[in-house]
Design a protein around this ligand. Structure first.
Ligand SMILES: Nc1ncnc2c1ncn2[C@@H]1O[C@H](COP(=O)(O)OP(=O)(O)O)[C@@H](O)[C@H]1O
Ligand SMILES: O=P(O)(O)O[C@H]1O[C@H](CO)[C@@H](O[C@H]2O[C@H](CO)[C@@H](O)[C@H](O)[C@H]2O)[C@H](O)[C@H]1O
Length: 541
């Protein structure tokens, strides 16, 4: 009988291998992947294949995470889907013999040659988290081993004290060390350096940009094809008062309440053209009185920090993955192909999910489907020949939820890029105004979700609340653009002449709202109304 034979009973597996050898057993791996992990990973928060059909899992790579006798295995799982695509996931595993250590995220009870116990997700084991911390803190300047730990040369880590889960809603798994550092383990991984690592290292380490968490270290593995894959990013934990999304929701609710409290009438509020720039001092007093100086100043500060981020990203002349570039035909072909494909996917998704929508969102969805030729035309009519601005590496998934609120400032996070895009697409240089449009969509989201969440608390009818919302949105944009343009211009970052900026903003707003339509239909259909309203407004403006 073969040494590593696996016997599957209903609950316990058995093998006559030791833990350190188990991973080399093909029999074990075959059963583990198909009978155990297929079910296990589909239940995980970080699993991104929930709207697709899992076909089978393969083990792409495995590597040891080790210190002394402690041996853990990092698995890179290739999940294949019936829809002919795949994802890679990172799962570190550990063997524990004591049931008390296998309370959370137990993967499999197992009887090994020398002992009985459980295979668990190693992140739930403090000793594993400590090993990783110590490997990063003690990393050598050059690590040529297949599992490479890296530490910022300007930083010395203190001794390990504690480690806890972040406990926030997130798509990866972050661990907080000593209440001071945060290590993000990427769950869905790509056969490349993760853009979050690349951008964090570039911005905070190379450019000393202060409004993103300080880069402190990382873990990369070099796979059998010599590809460098990021699996972890260590940064400083930034003290904060929550994210800008929550902050804006709270503030916008106050703005809506003040319509009743201050008996504000829409007809008494001066209108402003969409995308017209205006500094706070030049705003009509009625608007400042309604919106409040505090929030307007915050919008201005957000514009400044966004501009500074783009200036840093556009200031590289040596590392070609960051050097600025111009619009050209190749970019245009790439853009149109990507967007027409995405648009077709959204049409299809909308058609298939009409049953999930009702009333106003159903009406808007039908309008979206009827307008398909017009929208497609807008997307394919992108004309680069008149564009003079620069393309640079951008955040790529910039919204209020990616920005932390500090005492008197903001801190920008999560540079992983648009979750649906391929890793190569996320690294393509784009107009910085694409991030700006992302944030504008987020303002729109925050305004509309305030209306939808609190409608009953306001006396005006929905249509009028929308009109107030559109006005508020235009003033946020106006204040933002005034500062954003001034700061970028001062630093000679070319974002294009006035008409070019408006053209790019309109294009990027439509692109983003179409992207969001898919995100909402897949993840939270009740919110679909927000991007649908966004698309309708853009098409009617
Ligand atoms: N460096 C940091 N300092 C403080 N909080 C952080 C930091 N990094 C992440 N967070 C918190 O963790 C949340 C999730 O982080 P994020 O990078 O967006 O993870 P994911 O990509 O897994 O969604 C953030 O919204 C923020 O609240
Ligand atoms: O998970 P990520 O932060 O990478 O981003 C995805 O999820 C976001 C939702 O959390 C989604 O953002 C959309 O909803 C936000 C409000 O929850 C809103 O502020 C954004 O403007 C809107 O795009 C994001 O698009 C998606 O990539």
């Amino acid at each position: 009988m073969e040494n590593a034979k696996i016997k599957s009973t209903k609950t316990t597996f058995s093998s006559n291998k030791k833990w350190e050898e188990l991973i080399e057993s093909k029999d074990f791996i075959d059963v583990f992947l198909s009978e155990v992990l297929e079910e296990y990973i589909q239940k995980q928060r970080w699993y991104g294949g929930k709207s697709s059909q899992l076909k089978y899992i393969e083990l792409s790579e495995y590597f040891r995470i080790q210190q002394g006798d402690e041996v853990y295995f990092g698995l890179i799982l290739e999940v294949n889907f019936t829809e002919a695509f795949y994802h890679h996931y990172f799962l570190p595993i550990s063997f524990v013999s004591d049931e008390n250590f296998a309370k959370e995220n137990r993967i499999l009870p197992i009887k090994l040659k020398d002992q009985e116990g459980y295979i668990i997700d190693a992140m739930y084991l403090e000793s594993f988290r400590k090993v990783v911390y110590e490997r990063i803190s003690n990393a050598l300047p050059v690590d040529k081993t297949p599992v490479q730990y890296h530490k910022s040369e300007t930083f010395n880590f203190p001794k390990y004290k504690s480690s806890n889960f972040l406990g926030a809603e997130q798509s990866n798994t972050s661990i907080i060390y000593n209440d001071t550092f945060i290590l993000k383990f990427f769950r869905r991984i790509y056969a490349d350096k993760n853009p979050d690592y690349e951008m964090s290292h570039f911005l905070s380490h190379n450019k000393e940009f202060k409004h993103t968490p300080k880069y402190l270290g990382s873990i990369n593995i070099v796979d059998s094809e010599n590809t460098n894959i990021t699996i972890g990013l260590m940064q400083e934990l930034v003290p904060n008062k929550g994210d800008a999304w929550e902050y804006f929701l709270k503030e916008i609710h106050k703005i809506y309440l003040s319509i009743d409290n201050k008996q504000i009438e829409l007809k008494n509020l001066p209108d402003i053209e969409l995308f017209k720039r205006c500094s706070i001092v030049n705003l009509p007093p009625q608007i400042v009185d309604w919106v409040g100086l505090n929030l307007l100043t915050k919008v201005q500060l957000l514009a400044q920090r966004t501009a500074e981020m783009h200036i840093a990203l556009g200031s590289e002349f040596a590392d070609t993955s960051f050097t600025p570039t111009r619009f050209n035909g190749d970019y245009t072909v790439w853009l149109k192909n990507r967007l027409t494909y995405q648009f077709q996917n959204r049409l299809n998704l909308t058609e298939n999910n009409l049953h999930k929508l009702d009333d106003y969102s159903l009406k808007l969805a039908k309008e979206f489907l009827e307008n398909k030729n017009l929208i497609r035309k807008r997307l394919v009519n992108f004309d680069w020949t008149k564009l003079k601005g620069e393309r640079i590496r951008i955040h790529g998934d910039y919204h209020l939820g990616q920005i932390l609120v500090q005492d008197d400032d903001f801190c920008i996070l999560d540079f992983e890029g648009e979750p649906e895009s391929t890793i190569r697409d996320r690294k393509v240089k784009q107009p910085p105004l694409k991030d700006v449009a992302g944030l504008f969509r987020s303002f729109h989201y925050a305004i509309y979700s305030t209306i939808f969440n609190h409608q009953e608390e306001y006396s005006k009818d929905k249509e009028e609340l929308f009109e107030f919302g559109e006005l508020l949105y235009k003033y946020f944009i106006s204040v933002f653009l005034e500062t954003y343009r001034a700061v970028t211009q001062e630093a000679n970052l070319s974002i294009g002449y006035t008409n070019e900026r408006v053209y790019l903003l309109k294009y990027c707003l439509l692109e983003k709202a179409i992207y969001e339509l898919g995100y909402e239909l897949n993840s939270r259909p009740k919110w679909t109304i927000i991007p649908l309203k966004g698309i309708a407004n853009i098409m009617n403006s």
